[in-house]
Design a protein around this ligand. Structure first.
Ligand code: ATP
Length: 219
């Protein structure tokens, strides 16, 4: 496997979690912040770290930022710096620039200047928490677009001891079972004859309306 190179600019709560997790997963991560104490906190959780301003063109170039496959811009409140930093990275030709947006206007500008992925951690987490709160069957929820999502649902006795072919979920509800988790095991290519047990976690993809119908009527 070719190792990807990651850099994270801005080591607040969001940036530092991204950095730690990438490092934990065994990737090369360069951690950058303009504040020395933030960089010091991250030295143990990154392969390299540097004190630099994300809007300083020369500093970024001297860190070799052009050679990174992914750069995460996690500069929070200072929207102007976040925009300028993103602009520089795209001008340098960095292929994947992921940026944390503070609000809708910030997002619109980021889209215009070519940010490859814009994330809203607070909003996204809020949606996920609300989904957990409203249904005891939903374990996790990932929004793919305005209409489509992936949900993880706990199998109730309504579907237990039945095979996928018997349940015929795709025909009845228009949803597809992508995988079945049972304890530590995960079946990522379920076949029609695979059985579901009570307490299994079903990973299901579909239109939000279909998923809701399946969760309410089928489970
Ligand atoms: P979080 O919610 O992730 O904690 P936040 O939204 O509160 O973040 P800030 O604390 O404003 O975000 O910024 C995140 C980090 O980005 C801080 O550690 C800050 O020092 C750093 N930062 C801000 N501006 C720059 C910049 N121009 N260059 C590099 N780092 C920066």
């Amino acid at each position: 496997m070719v190792k990807k190179q990651f850099a994270v600019i801005g080591l607040g709560r969001f940036g530092s979690s991204v950095c730690r997790e990438l490092y934990k997963l065994g990737h090369q991560v360069l951690a950058i912040d303009s504040k020395e104490e933030k960089v010091n906190e991250m030295t143990r959780h990154s392969t390299h770290s540097a004190i630099a301003n994300g809007t300083d063109e020369k500093a970024l170039l001297s860190l070799g930022i052009r050679n990174f496959d992914y750069v995460v811009v996690a500069i929070g409140d200072d929207i102007q710096s976040s925009i300028l930093c993103t602009l520089l990275l795209k001008e340098f030709g960095v292929e994947n620039v992921w940026v944390k947006a503070q609000n809708y206007y910030h997002q619109r500008v980021l889209e215009k200047i070519g940010a490859d992925r814009i994330v809203h951690p607070e909003q996204d987490m809020g949606i996920r928490i609300a989904q957990h709160l409203t249904s005891e069957k939903i374990v996790d929820y990932i929004e793919l677009s305005a209409d489509y999502s992936i949900v993880e649902l706990i199998a109730t006795n309504k579907v237990a001891n039945k095979s996928l072919i018997n349940l015929d979920i795709r025909a009845k509800y228009g949803c597809t079972i992508l995988g079945i988790k049972r304890g530590e095991d995960i079946n990522i290519a379920p076949t029609p004859t695979d059985h579901i047990e009570q307490g299994d976690i079903l990973i299901v993809i579909g239109h939000k309306n279909d998923l809701k119908r399946f969760e309410e009527e089928g489970m």
